[in-house]
Design a protein around this ligand. Structure first.
Ligand SMILES: *[C@@H]1O[C@H](CO)[C@@H](O)[C@H](O)[C@H]1NC(C)=O
Ligand SMILES: *[C@@H]1O[C@H](CO)[C@@H](O)[C@H](O)[C@H]1NC(C)=O
Ligand SMILES: *[C@@H]1O[C@H](CO)[C@@H](O)[C@H](O)[C@H]1NC(C)=O
Ligand SMILES: *[C@@H]1O[C@H](CO)[C@@H](O)[C@H](O)[C@H]1NC(C)=O
Ligand SMILES: *[C@@H]1O[C@H](CO)[C@@H](O)[C@H](O)[C@H]1NC(C)=O
Ligand SMILES: *[C@@H]1O[C@H](CO)[C@@H](O)[C@H](O)[C@H]1NC(C)=O
Ligand SMILES: *[C@@H]1O[C@H](CO)[C@@H](O)[C@H](O)[C@H]1NC(C)=O
Ligand SMILES: *[C@@H]1O[C@H](CO)[C@@H](O)[C@H](O)[C@H]1NC(C)=O
Ligand SMILES: *[C@@H]1O[C@H](CO)[C@@H](O)[C@H](O)[C@H]1NC(C)=O
Ligand SMILES: *[C@@H]1O[C@H](CO)[C@@H](O)[C@H](O)[C@H]1NC(C)=O
Ligand SMILES: *[C@@H]1O[C@H](CO)[C@@H](O)[C@H](O)[C@H]1NC(C)=O
Ligand SMILES: *[C@@H]1O[C@H](CO)[C@@H](O)[C@H](O)[C@H]1NC(C)=O
Length: 452
């Protein structure tokens, strides 16, 4: 037997392995920022024989043209682009399969980011105001994902898991009105420990999202910045649909203008549902059997909770007329239930909200209008209540009550009430005021995605 061919093969395979797993280092600079790349030639020289790079790469502020990272498959640390890099036009990493992190606070000159083979990342942050195409079509798994800017057109067509937290926001802070419409398409997303989406959303597609708020895989460091579950804040009228959602932990928080909501697979939620409707909404959660707390406020025109068997706290405060006797099925068990709705005739608040949406008032304006109206209503109510109850009646205190459950049993006959074993009227006002926040609906016009 001649061993030579085998030896040759072994040596050849050894060489290929050597090349395909070649490591190199990006030296830290004096600020510990990693290596700053000023030109494609410098980058090519760094990565010529290198597939795994240890250390951070920073695109230098005077970099011009396209930035193409050849050969690298594994970047063990991160790459960053700052918005001062005003000559950068595109960024590509054709071979990159895995990266620890990518932080692109991009300048307006940058029009595309292409990471065609990237499969996993710990964090990806993309933040900017100008239009950009981001293609990461093979990304399957990310721990943190933050896209901030309504002009980001992202292809994340294989993304399956967001294991810690994410936000996709029109503008920084998520609550601001965004000028451009956002189309958010996450066709493969099956699970998200925390996902919050906000802005001028004209379409939101989450066709296979089955699990929201499973934090068992979340990285403990940084998790506290995100709240478990799914939050959608839309300033544009939106049909919200999560056809596959069957696991909900944390909070499903919907806030803004919704034409309809649909969660037909959601039966037993181990979390809360918090909804603030800015536009008349028929709430249909007819599949839901079990939930922790359910809080609905705003222009709730009807509710269907016909399968609900068990809920901890159930609270409805509608600016529309509702039949409060029918909001919960008669066999549902609850610890605390509360319903208040406008009288049959449209209230001033309901009309204002309707008109506001009609003429396209901005989101924050709308909230301000709602806030003022509720404030006025509360002032009126408080005046009436003063004879009955010794409530600390300072002006400051009233404003903290703005969006507390407005109905008190037997109070001014304005709404119909149905109270549970622990009646709302028996609670200290401050406790009542904090309830909506506890369930995830902000108590006043706040940044809706404030990361607590
Ligand atoms: C890359 O490999 C070639 C051939 O093995 C060698 O001549 C060259 O110095 C290497 N370049 C770097 C940057 O390591
Ligand atoms: C690195 O990429 C360059 C450009 O694509 C290519 O010419 C070179 O052969 C690659 N080197 C290795 C070791 O793969
Ligand atoms: C970019 O800046 C670096 C560091 O200041 C400098 O060494 C390099 O020559 C500059 N490149 C160009 C093309 O101006
Ligand atoms: C990338 O490199 C790191 C550090 O050596 C290693 O732990 C990780 O498994 C590598 N990832 C892949 C996909 O090869
Ligand atoms: C870069 O970002 C900072 C902070 O987000 C911002 O103030 C500044 O205007 C931005 N610069 C450019 C060139 O976009
Ligand atoms: C996303 O990218 C993949 C791969 O390039 C492509 O096949 C797919 O059509 C893209 N999806 C969208 C919505 O553009
Ligand atoms: C996500 O990717 C990491 C790194 O490859 C892996 O350890 C982890 O198991 C993956 N998680 C999921 C849910 O796919
Ligand atoms: C949402 O985007 C559309 C189209 O760009 C625009 O007409 C509308 O005013 C935007 N809405 C808000 C609240 O910014
Ligand atoms: C659900 O949330 C609770 C508290 O927020 C947490 O303790 C629990 O681990 C979560 N369950 C899963 C499966 O994530
Ligand atoms: C939560 O995620 C873990 C890890 O992926 C998985 O093992 C577990 O079954 C999930 N729990 C639920 C209730 O989906
Ligand atoms: C929501 O869906 C209904 C029924 O498919 C449709 O008539 C309506 O136009 C949709 N609304 C929006 C805002 O897309
Ligand atoms: C959902 O909750 C109901 C009532 O507690 C219970 O009868 C049913 O078995 C639960 N279903 C699942 C799939 O956990």
């Amino acid at each position: 037997m001649n061993l030579l061919p085998t030896l040759v093969v072994v040596v050849a395979v050894g060489l290929v392995n050597l090349i395909s797993a070649q490591d190199c280092n990006a030296q830290e600079d004096e600020y510990g920022q990693g290596i700053v790349i000023y030109s494609q030639d410098q980058l090519d020289a760094l990565t010529r024989n290198c597939t795994r790079l240890y250390g951070d790469l920073v695109v230098g502020s005077n970099y011009t043209g396209s930035f193409i990272m050849h050969n690298l498959t594994n970047l063990t640390s991160s790459i960053s682009v700052l918005n001062s890099t005003t000559g950068l036009t595109s960024l590509e990493a054709p071979d990159l399969v895995t990266i620890y992190g990518a932080e692109f606070t991009y300048p307006s000159s940058l029009q595309s980011i292409s990471l065609p083979r990237l499969e996993t990342a710990v964090f990806i942050t993309i933040e900017g105001r100008s239009p950009i195409t981001v293609s990461i079509p093979n990304l399957r798994n990310v721990s943190y994902l933050d896209l901030s800017g309504s002009s980001i057109n992202a292809n994340l067509s294989s993304l399956e898991q967001i294991t810690t937290g994410s936000s996709i926001c029109g503008e920084a802070g998520c609550d601001k009105r965004s000028s451009s419409q956002m189309h958010i398409d996450l066709p493969a997303l099956r699970g998200a420990a925390s996902l919050s989406v906000g802005g001028n959303i004209s379409s939101l597609s989450l066709p296979v999202l089955a699990s929201a708020g499973n934090i068992s895989q979340a990285q403990t460091t940084g998790y506290g910045d995100y709240s478990a579950g799914l939050a959608v804040h839309s300033s544009q009228l939106l049909n919200f649909s999560v056809p596959a959602l069957n696991f909900l932990n944390g909070t499903l928080s919907l806030r803004g203008a919704f034409d309809s909501i649909s969660a037909p697979s959601l039966k037993n939620a181990t979390g809360d549902i918090a909804l603030e409707a800015w536009y008349p909404l028929a709430v249909n959660l007819s599949s839901l059997q079990v939930a922790d707390d359910i809080t609905l406020i705003g222009a709730i025109s009807s509710t269907d909770f016909s399968s609900l068997k068990q809920v901890n706290k159930f609270s409805v405060d509608s600016t529309r007329h509702l039949n409060c006797d029918k909001v919960l099925p008669s066999n549902a068990s609850f610890v605390h239930a509360h319903c208040n709705s406008a009288p049959q005739k449209k209230s001033a608040l309901a009309r204002n909200i309707g008109i506001g949406v009609g003429v396209g008032l901005g989101a924050s304006m709308l909230l301000a209008v709602a806030g003022i109206c509720i404030y006025r209503r509360r002032q009126k109510r408080t005046k009436k209540r003063k004879d009955k109850q010794a409530v600390g009646a300072g002006a400051g205190e009233e404003s903290t009550h703005e969006l507390q459950p407005v109905g008190r049993e037997g109070e001014e006959g304005q709404g119909q009430s149905r109270d549970g074993s622990e009646r709302a009227g028996e609670q200290a006002p401050t406790t009542a005021a904090t309830q909506p926040s506890a369930a995830g609906v902000p108590a006043e016009p706040p940044p809706p995605y404030s990361r607590y």
